[in-house]
Design a protein around this ligand. Structure first.
Ligand code: RB5
Length: 153
């Protein structure tokens, strides 16, 4: 799969580890940075290009990291068409895709260890949207919110 990653300083080490593991597992990786550890950099500068690449189809799935994963998820969801979620557990990494069509997995570099993070990433990438009628209906309602916001602004 073609996977994009982005992080600020808060997840830099974790992102580097995940890039190496993803490549070793045969995935194509697009690294949106940070490309070096800069203690005062800002997650929107990396997460927004990743979010746009997910929506445009340049990458199939995204992984966004910051210190807690909170800022990354808030930021990613500002791009229309993104369904980004902060994930800490295996169940949600799978069901978030199957039911909710999550397209950006967010994690905290300061809150999750490398082994757990890799399990979340593998689980997320192996999951597929179910396309079941009830989930399509629910996502349709979510998409209407995007459309309404676009009309108001
Ligand atoms: C950076 O120190 C930290 O605030 C950021 O990485 C992230 O955790 C924000 O949610």
């Amino acid at each position: 799969m073609r996977v994009g990653l982005a992080t600020d300083h808060g997840g830099f080490e974790l992102k580097e580890e995940l890039v190496a593991k993803l490549k070793a597992a045969g995935h194509e990786v697009v690294d949106f940075g940070a490309h070096q550890l800069t203690p005062d950099d800002d997650y929107p500068d990396y997460v927004t290009p990743l979010a746009r690449a997910v929506v445009s189809g340049e990458v199939e799935r995204g992984i966004a990291i910051c210190g807690s994963g909170v800022g990354a998820s808030v930021c990613a969801n500002k791009t229309e068409g993104v369904r980004a979620c902060l994930i800490h557990d295996h169940f949600s990494a799978k069901q978030g895709v199957e039911d909710d069509h999550m397209n950006i997995l967010c994690m905290g570099g300061r809150t999750v260890g490398a082994c757990v993070a890799w399990d979340l990433v593998e689980t997320y990438l192996n999951a597929r949207y179910s396309q079941e009628a009830r989930h399509l209906r629910r996502l349709g309602k979510v998409a209407l919110l995007d459309a309404r916001e676009a009309r108001v602004s």
